[in-house]
Design a protein. Structure first.
Length: 62
């Protein structure tokens, strides 16, 4: 959940998205269940992930 918290602190997720994604992941007992997360939450998570990559200094990228 640390990554979700970081996305929230960077304003890449709304508090509502953070809560919904965190709740979904917490109650999902298997990776397959996590993969069944609603599409609107996946889109928010994917966009936040892409935006985080833009924020990483070039010297730190692998």
């Amino acid at each position: 959940m640390q990554l979700l918290d970081e996305m929230l602190s960077l304003n890449l997720l709304t508090p509502e998205q953070h809560h919904e994604i965190g709740a979904w992941v917490s109650r999902s007992k298997t990776p397959d269940k996590i993969m069944q997360m609603p599409a609107h939450l996946w889109r928010a998570l994917e966009m936040a992930s892409v935006l985080m990559d833009f924020d990483v200094p070039q010297s730190m990228r692998h």
